[in-house]
Design a protein around this ligand. Structure first.
Ligand code: SF4
Length: 338
């Protein structure tokens, strides 16, 4: 197996990147020697999905280097995930009954009302979580729902996070909605190599990903300092301005999104003009809604700037969105005519 690892350049690339970021002694070779030298069996990953949209499983398959198939065939063995194709994983829960220990990754939150919600193989998801925890070497709450309850915690299910349910185990929280693919691969590497969790903050998030405020390394920060705020989505001259007055929560959110970006370092929410929604923080979404309104009135902003109303923002953003859709539809029509 190690030979097959060496044969893949892109696989080595992510190992090299991860090894450097995690400070692994001996780099890639050090990682391979430690993780694979003594035991030819691939480490086991068990992935439990409760109340979720499935977006975090999609993030797992968006890990770029190595791609998901390489990760699953060369590095780890995904023994259970009911959302993945059968080539990659087992959908049958009994497949893990003979596993002594594994990494347990949990996606989604757990209903706290009727037991009829969220049954897996006829069992309440919360019962399966408690059963699985007994043999889990490490437990990772993947995404905002598993970490802090997320959107399902707002509805009739009043769903709870993994940490709400599991009081006596250390849980690593990897919020953002969905989880970042880089965070997934790097936490897997860290747990396999070091055998313990990285340093965590007060919300049990790895400091290596969630130490800094988004606002501090945002590309629109100069505009914030100079009080150039986007107020009209229809005005192209404002398109690069700070999104604070249209609800950006980058001043209240710790995450490396502004540096790491998404989709292979291509872009991120603020870059797209959407503002940060605060999905890396505890009690997202209640704490930050309405998403298009400013909550912390920064004392350094002038009265004139703050007079700008949230209603105007919501109206402007919906007009902006409607115009975009109209433009796209028009383009589609034009291409049909050709
Ligand atoms: Fe800060 Fe958001 Fe403005 Fe960026 S867009 S500078 S994160 S308030």
């Amino acid at each position: 197996m190690i030979a097959s690892l060496f044969s893949r350049r892109d696989f080595l690339k992510i190992l090299a990147y991860g090894a450097a970021l995690l400070g692994i002694r001996g780099g890639v070779q050090g990682f391979i020697d430690k993780v694979f030298a003594e035991d030819s069996k691939r480490p086991t990953l068990v992935w439990l999905s409760a109340l979720s949209c499935g977006g975090c499983t999609e993030s797992f398959f968006a890990i770029e280097e190595p791609d998901a198939s390489e990760l699953l065939f060369n590095v780890i063995s995904l023994r259970y995930n009911r959302l993945t194709p059968e080539d990659y994983s087992n959908k049958d829960f009994s497949a893990i009954s003979d596993e002594d220990s594994y990494l347990l990754f949990v996606e989604g939150s757990f209903p706290q009302t009727d037991e009829g919600f969220c049954l897996i193989n006829g069992e309440p998801a919360e019962k399966l979580l408690k059963d699985l925890l007994q043999r889990a070497e490490h437990t990772v709450a993947v995404g905002s729902c598993a970490s802090f309850g997320g959107i399902p915690s707002l509805g009739p299910a009043r769903a709870a996070s993994v940490s709400d349910i599991v009081k006596n185990k250390n849980v690593i929280n990897l919020p953002t909605c969905p989880v970042h693919p880089d965070h997934l691969i790097l936490i897997i590497m860290h747990l396999l190599y070091f055998g313990y969790a990285p340093e965590l903050d007060d919300y049990q998030r790895p400091k290596m990903f969630f130490k800094n405020l988004i606002h501090d390394s945002c590309e629109r920060r100069t505009h914030f300092e100079n009080q150039r705020f986007l107020k009209d989505f229809n005005d192209p001259s404002q398109s690069d301005y700070c999104l604070y007055l249209v609800g950006c929560k980058g001043r209240q959110t710790n995450s490396d999104c502004s540096k790491r970006k998404w989709n292979g370092n291509l872009s991120w929410c603020v870059d797209c003009g959407a503002g940060c929604n605060g999905c890396a923080e505890k009690n997202f979404y209640t704490r930050f809604s309405p998403l298009f309104e400013t909550q912390d009135k920064a004392s350094e902003l002038s009265e004139d700037v703050l007079k700008f109303g949230a209603g105007a923002v919501a109206g402007a953003s919906s007009v902006w969105a409607a115009n975009k859709i109209k433009e796209r539809l028009q383009k589609r029509e034009n291409s049909r005519e050709v």
